[in-house]
Write a protein of this length. Structure first.
Length: 491
């Protein structure tokens, strides 16, 4: 039986037709909360690395740059890794909509901790809360969007592209405003603004919760009450183990990214095994197998793309000419360039996919294209390799980030969409979590790779990573006919 068997018709699912850019009306509500969550998330992340390695005199924590990059990568990976927790709670306890709402509250508390609590205490408490809350919100916001459409609704990819526009509106304004506050009155004011943005998103979402389809609140695979105590004990034991490993020095600031990489790989393998060993139809099982190469390509893509928050921050601080009509703009503003292009191009891509309909490239080919283009973006750094301080023109960085954007739009919104289409009926939210696990792995890898970056060896760094990404994309394109057969009608 298909994942959407027995689902409502297009008319009942989509609330009386097209009301939000040709999409279901409830998409506007989810669009809003995701936009403000991304405002807070990227606003904070835009200044996080700077906060870690800037001197104490400049308001920072004065960490060594490699350690700071590893922490940022590990934190980013932990955000996506925690989607497992959010998805499991949604599928087995509360449903996606409730987890989304409660996660937004946790995120707001995390930003408040960074803003109010001093030094390393605020850093630790804040990043843990934001990572856990963001993980819960990410997987379940995507799942709730998926409930607005039936499996074969041709507007589905276009709807996810519009949803992606909301993400990037927040991603655009967040670094601009938090960066401006950080550079003028201090880091903690920037973190405070991120908390305010999440609070606005939470209030906005509260007013529209009742309009969402009942399927968004459905617990797809309820946990028997007899097992509540067992899982509570497992959760407590997990927290105790993490604390003990940190206390004895197994988990340290210097190896956080490696720890997250190992845990993410283990979690992904375990998740695939659990899903494939469950009661699935033959079609559902084939679709899960088809998702494995997409997972690998996605991890490779994100290991390069997420270096916007590590290597590109170092690059922007030292190599990029940030002079704008005689004024040197904040480092974090570079992170708003990519969202500008997303805002411009997401509608274009949505229109293209809608116009092409059944003639559009298959999902494996979109993934392959995104991975190849991402590799090309890294190769575009080579003409500027070995230059001096402030030697890279701003226009060149704008062009490179335009290529980043094209790669992202070929893979990321499509990945969100295909994870809901390939999901077995009993694993809706958890298949989305699997996609986010690929992002977790890539993000943690981006922090680990950033520790290898040096201005002296950047030609080798950008060249090798770019070539590897291109090779992975080519291989994926070659096996795309096999993947399409395994996907059993899902494009």
């Amino acid at each position: 039986m298909s994942a959407d068997a027995g689902a409502p018709t297009d008319t009942t699912r989509n609330e009386h037709g097209k009301t939000f850019f040709g999409q279901p009306r409830s998409l506007a509500n989810i669009f809003g909360v995701e936009m403000w969550e991304r405002f807070s998330f990227y606003g904070m992340q835009g200044i996080l690395l700077l906060y870690l390695y800037f001197s104490v005199a400049d308001g920072g924590l004065a960490m060594p740059k490699p350690v700071a990059a590893g922490i940022v990568g590990a934190y980013g990976g932990a955000v996506y890794l925690s989607t497992i927790i959010g998805a499991w709670i949604a599928d087995r306890l509360l449903g996606s909509e409730r987890v989304l709402f409660y996660s937004a509250i946790v995120i707001m508390c995390g930003h408040l901790s960074l803003a109010i609590l001093p030094g390393f205490v605020g850093l630790g408490v804040g990043l843990v809360l934001i990572a856990v809350g963001s993980g819960g919100l990410k997987a379940n916001a995507t799942t709730v969007v998926g409930t607005l459409y039936t499996e074969h609704d041709p507007r589905r990819d276009a709807g996810f592209s519009i949803f992606y526009l909301g993400i990037n509106l927040g991603a655009f304004f967040g670094p601009l405003l938090t960066g401006l506050l950080q550079s003028t009155i201090g880091f903690h004011y920037g973190f405070g603004l991120a908390a305010l943005g999440m609070a606005i998103g939470l209030v906005q979402y509260s007013f529209g919760r009742k309009r969402l389809p009942e399927e968004a609140r459905k617990v797809s695979n309820p946990l028997p009450r007899s097992r509540f105590v067992l899982w509570a004990c497992i959760a407590v034991a997990g927290v105790i183990v993490i604390v003990l490993l940190a206390l004895v020095g197994v988990i340290r600031a210097t190896n956080l990214s490696i720890v997250v990489i190992v845990v993410t790989i283990a979690a992904a393998v375990a998740y695939f095994v659990v899903i494939l060993s469950s009661r699935l139809t033959d079609v559902e099982r084939r679709r899960v197998y088809a998702f494995i190469p997409l997972f690998i390509a996605s991890a490779a893509f994100w290991s390069l793309y997420q270096q916007q928050f590590t290597v590109l921050t170092f690059y922007s601080d030292n190599r990029l000419n940030r002079d704008l009509f005689g004024w040197t703009f904040p480092i974090s503003w570079v992170q708003s360039i990519n969202p500008i292009f997303i805002i411009i191009l997401s509608g274009v891509f949505a229109a293209i996919w809608t116009k092409l309909g059944e003639r559009q490239p298959s999902t494996p080919l979109k993934f392959a294209g995104g991975t190849v283009v991402m590799g090309i973006a890294f190769l575009l750094f080579l003409p500027f390799a070995g230059g001096g301080k402030n030697s890279t023109p701003l226009l060149a960085m704008v062009g490179i980030l335009f290529v980043f954007t094209v790669a992202e739009l070929l893979l990321s919104p499509v990945g969100l969409s295909v994870s809901t289409k390939l999901a077995p009926a009993r694993f809706h939210a958890q298949m989305v979590a699997l996609f986010f696990l690929s992002v977790a792995l890539g993000t943690a890898l981006s922090g680990q790779l950033a520790e290898l970056y040096s201005p002296k060896t950047e030609a080798v760094y950008f060249g090798v990573l770019g070539a590897i990404a291109i090779a992975i994309g080519v291989v994926l394109s070659l096996i795309s006919p096999l993947l399409r057969r395994l996907m059993s009608g899902v494009r």
